[in-house]
Design a protein around this ligand. Structure first.
Ligand SMILES: Nc1ncnc2c1ncn2[C@@H]1O[C@H](COP(=O)(O)OP(=O)(O)OP(=O)(O)O)[C@@H](O)[C@H]1O
Ligand SMILES: [Mg+2]
Length: 220
């Protein structure tokens, strides 16, 4: 069974075709990187998998269950088991690191002692335990992305979507966090769909690279 499957998915914005009959299957545990130039449809694929937008036509499935099809969202984002780290999906600025991570755990109904333990374990895993009580503005860019990663992973997503998560960081830090992400992936075993337009970053991160061009998968 594929953990994520797109079957002939198309999506237009007005009369602009962002995705043209994309078909793509992702196996459990893969690290898929979608690589392609600005405007080729990478973020649109992420939004479709997350469930923020429906496809105009085609089917999106997660873990064998149809979650969207032909203009309809069948399973809403919060019920998809999908975690997200997007460049523009920032931490909540008014909340501490701890509260940022705790939010989703509360929503899922975990009790307080359980939440405390999960938060500590996850912060330890990303090397940020001592920053628990800071606000996002008191952290560096790389530290903020570690917390964003922790916030997503603590909910044990089936699939983790990462859209240019490192592109705002300088190259040294970018390269260090690539290694960090791979380490977490190896340890926790989630399935990853990662977007970048940087070929080196793609090569480092991916177990499989998918190249896109103008709304299509580029097989050339
Ligand atoms: N909300 C929207 N309304 C109208 N057009 C949109 C919208 N979102 C995306 N598009 C268009 O759809 C196409 C694909 O956009 P998308 O954001 O998926 O590209 P991308 O590959 O993620 O690009 P980038 O690397 O710049 O982030 C682009 O031509 C874009 O202008
Ligand atoms: Mg994008």
């Amino acid at each position: 069974m594929k953990i994520v499957e797109l079957d002939s998915v198309s999506k237009s914005y007005g009369n602009e075709r962002a995705l043209d009959k994309i078909s793509l299957g992702i196996e459990q545990g893969e690290r898929i990187v979608i690589l392609g130039p600005s405007g080729c449809g990478k973020t649109t694929i992420m939004r479709l998998v997350a469930g923020f937008i429906p496809p105009d036509s085609g089917i999106v499935s997660i873990a064998g269950k149809i979650v969207s099809r032909d203009g309809k969202i069948i399973v809403p984002p919060r019920k998809r088991g999908v975690g997200m780290v997007f460049q523009d999906l920032a931490l909540w600025p008014h909340m501490s690191v701890k509260a940022n991570i705790e939010f989703g755990l509360k929503a899922k109904g975990f009790g307080k002692p359980e939440r405390q333990k999960m938060i500590r374990d996850m912060l330890e895993l990303v090397g940020m335990l001592e920053y628990m009580d800071r606000k996002p503005a008191e952290l560096s860019g790389g530290q903020q992305q570690r917390i964003a990663l922790a916030r997503a992973l603590v909910l044990e997503p089936k699939v983790l979507l990462m859209d240019e998560p490192l592109s705002s960081l300088d190259l040294d830090l970018n390269i260090r966090l690539r290694k960090e992400i791979i380490r977490l992936h190896d340890k926790l075993g989630f399935t990853m769909l990662y977007v970048t337009h940087d070929r080196d970053e793609a090569t480092d991160i991916a177990t499989r690279i998918i190249t896109m061009k103008q709304g299509r998968i580029d097989l050339s």
